[in-house]
Design a binder for this molecule. Structure first.
Ligand code: PBG
Length: 325
């Protein structure tokens, strides 16, 4: 590299045209996925207090929202269902007539094959105790939970999901789901694995939105310790060995190093989840006039892409898509 003054890095920064032409990272609506919540029995959308601009939808407004989002160019939606009745086993998660299956079918019917309907696959929204699996005493019992996940995957496949996205962080979940899908005649349905998912306080607002907070304890016995990155590599490696087609790192902002490490190590389709608390934090500061929401959002999303994300799941999808057009 030439030294100053032959080299002047400011030359390529002089005009908007130069900056745009030489940008290393691009951000477009098609890089974004919007999480959406649907609650059984709602006829009107209900605002989520800790996530301004986000709603619990009924089926009708869910379909409308999904349609508007894909018209803005985003890649697809990630669906979370909230059933009217919860029980210890979370049976509504795999009921063919459960709210999630109804929502998947309705949105898929509306969107067709040009955009994605991704089904979050977990039990915490469906269990009365709020944990992500079947309990044995006060701890989540790994292997019986795998059977339940298999049943959920098959129900979501029958409903028409384009991808299933297991987020429970049980050991062996991707393999169990792959086997269940193959056995049920869905060998071509891809799995987007929440592979490196941390036990993060930044899921707080989501738990209000999805009504899935644990009634006791926390999720640290199954989700990852924020201190660890080598373990994330092992988690992702195992999921890929078990048949994951794409992998996810979650949350995004405190974990950009993990994202980078995962992308570099595996060169796999990699998704980052810019989670509820990250959204809430930014929107709250913007509401106070302390940061500019538009600039902060686009800078954040660009950074997540720069770190290695092919796709970003974000509650800012709608606004970002509008700003990027
Ligand atoms: C369900 C699930 C959670 C999130 C996505 N899927 C909550 C959790 O693990 O407690 C969090 C998403 C967000 O905060 O935006 N297992």
């Amino acid at each position: 590299m030439a030294a100053f003054p032959d080299s002047r890095l400011r030359r390529l920064r002089r005009t908007p045209g130069l900056r745009k032409a030489f940008a290393e990272t691009r951000l477009a609506p098609e890089d974004l996925i919007a999480p959406l919540f649907v609650k059984e029995g709602l006829t009107e959308p209900v605002p989520i207090a800790s996530m301004p601009g986000q709603y619990q939808h009924g089926l009708e407004s869910l379909v409308k929202e999904a349609r508007e989002l894909v018209e803005l160019g985003i890649a697809g939606v990630l669906l979370f269902g909230i059933p009217a009745e919860k029980d210890p086993a979370g049976t509504q998660a795999w009921s063919p007539s459960g709210i999630s299956q109804q929502a998947i079918a309705a949105v898929k019917d509306e969107l067709g094959d040009d955009s994605l309907v991704i089904a979050d696959l977990c039990l915490c929204e469906y269990t009365d105790h709020g944990h992500c699996g079947i309990l044995a005493g006060t701890s989540v019992d790994n292997d019986p939970t795998l059977e339940a996940y298999g049943r959920i995957a098959v129900a979501q496949a029958h409903a028409g999901a384009d991808l299933v996205a297991p987020s429970g962080m049980m050991d062996g979940q991707v393999g169990a789901i792959r086997e269940a899908l193959d056995d049920a005649g869905f060998p071509e349905l891809p799995i987007l694995a929440y592979a490196a998912k941390y036990a993060s306080c930044f899921y707080g607002p989501f738990r209000e939105a999805a009504e899935g907070a644990p009634r006791f304890g926390d999720r640290r016995a199954y989700q990852q310790d924020p201190a660890n990155v080598e373990e994330a590599i092992r988690e992702v490696g195992l999921d890929i060995d078990e048949g994951a087609d794409a992998v996810m790192v979650k949350p995004a902002l405190g974990y950009l190093d993990v994202l980078r490490a995962v992308k570099q190590e595996f060169a796999y389709p990699t998704v980052a989840y810019n989670v509820s608390g990250e959204y809430a934090m930014l929107v709250a500061a913007a509401e106070r006039g302390w940061i500019d929401e538009r600039q902060a959002t686009l800078e954040t999303l660009t950074s997540i892409r720069r770190a290695g994300a092919d796709l970003v799941i974000t509650y800012h999808a709608r606004k970002a898509a509008e700003w990027l057009r």
